[in-house]
Design a protein around this ligand. Structure first.
Ligand code: UT7
Length: 322
């Protein structure tokens, strides 16, 4: 059978790294509060020359090099972002140009923090249908540009960055072969008001700032993430015992702990980068995946579960034999 196989990963972070203590100089907060409530210690903040597309292109170059695939062989780019360089054109087409790819399919996907899971399932469907052969699937964000730096309940939580994978259609053994084994997505727009941006081209004509009722989002996150991981594992015909690594959306260390506990997974099987990167929205899953691949934790043939939940609400999970 044909499956979509992850053949390379890459990531990119802005040069400037900001500690909690540095934030506390201008924001009414403390290192202790941020660490205790979220597990975050650092985040990277994009400088003037760094944009969602430039970070995405850097992550793609690293992923292409890891996969040994020349950029010209890519025929599909799906970029998940809620912070595109411009309202249009799609930032995916900017990435295409930055990589020197003459012709391919390129578009953005907007599902906020779950964006990478959405982009992954779209790309997987296109690869398995034969519409494309080699894709770059990217999560990239510059949330620092939509934060209200006067609002301490949100501005300490987010960071900027990008992660990318090369996803290739490959012949794969039905029982043991590598590739995406299952994916499940959800959305429930009744919760728009719990996590949103208070502006947009068709309403205010402005970019707007991020607004979040954190405590309510937290409550939904643990339940939704545990249940969608269970659904994706069931589609793959696997149980939690088969999982080698969970690579979750990095919003809050307490959410990661509570979700793993709900599924009966040991914390040692959860890849955690929220301490270093904070919440990078759609970038957080591919960023964490790249970290765990490069430090040797995630290896070929292992079962990994990717999961995320964010604004909308949207949420989803995917099971991959890496
Ligand atoms: O990526 C999309 C998904 N997003 C998430 O998953 C985020 C989910 N939510 C969370 O991670 C947590 O709810 C937060 C980290 C946002 C907040 O943690 P919490 O334990 O739910 O705190 P809280 O909102 O209940 O606030 C507790 C207290 C409040 O003070 P009072 O009312 O108890 O006096 C806040 O004013 O902490 C105060 N507070 C702060 N204090 C210092 C809120 N933000 C800060 C801050 N520094 N930055």
């Amino acid at each position: 059978m044909i499956r979509s196989v992850i053949t390379g990963t890459g990531s990119a972070l802005p040069v400037r790294r900001v500690s909690n203590a540095e934030l506390a100089v201008t924001v009414d907060t403390t290192d202790d509060w941020i660490v205790e409530r979220t597990g975050i210690r650092f985040r990277h903040i994009a400088g003037p020359g760094e944009t969602t597309a430039s970070l995405a292109a850097d992550a793609c170059r690293a992923a292409l090099s890891a996969a040994g695939v020349p950029a010209q062989d890519i025929d599909l780019i799906v970029l998940a972002t809620a912070t595109p360089d411009q309202t249009f054109p799609a930032s995916a087409t900017k990435v295409q140009t930055m990589l020197g790819i003459d012709d391919c399919v390129a578009f953005d996907v907007a599902a906020v923090c779950s964006g990478f899971l959405y982009a992954l399932q779209v790309a997987d469907s296109m690869l398995r249908s034969g519409a494309a052969k080699r894709a770059l699937v990217i999560g990239a964000e510059t949330f620092s540009r939509i934060l209200d730096w006067e609002d301490r309940t949100t501005c300490v939580l987010f960071g900027d960055g990008a992660g990318a994978i090369v996803l290739e259609a490959r012949e794969s053994d039905e029982r043991e072969g590598r590739g995406i084994l299952a994916a499940k997505l959800h959305a429930d727009g009744r919760h728009n008001a719990l996590l949103y941006v208070d502006g947009g081209p068709s309403t205010t004509g402005t970019v707007g700032k991020l607004r979040m009722k954190g405590r309510e989002v937290f409550r939904h996150a643990v339940n939704n993430l545990a249940s969608v991981m269970g659904e994706a594992l069931a589609i793959a015909g696997l149980t939690a015992e088969a999982v080698d690594w969970v690579v979750p959306h990095q919003a809050n260390a307490r959410i990661l702990d509570a979700t793993a506990r709900k599924l009966g997974l040991p914390a040692a099987k959860v890849v955690v980068t929220v301490d270093r990167h904070a919440n990078t929205s759609a970038a957080s899953v591919p960023l964490a995946l790249d970290v765990a691949v490069r430090d040797g934790r995630v290896r070929k043939g292992q079962i990994i579960v990717l999961e995320a939940m964010g604004g909308g609400f949207t949420w989803g999970a995917a099971v991959v034999r890496f």
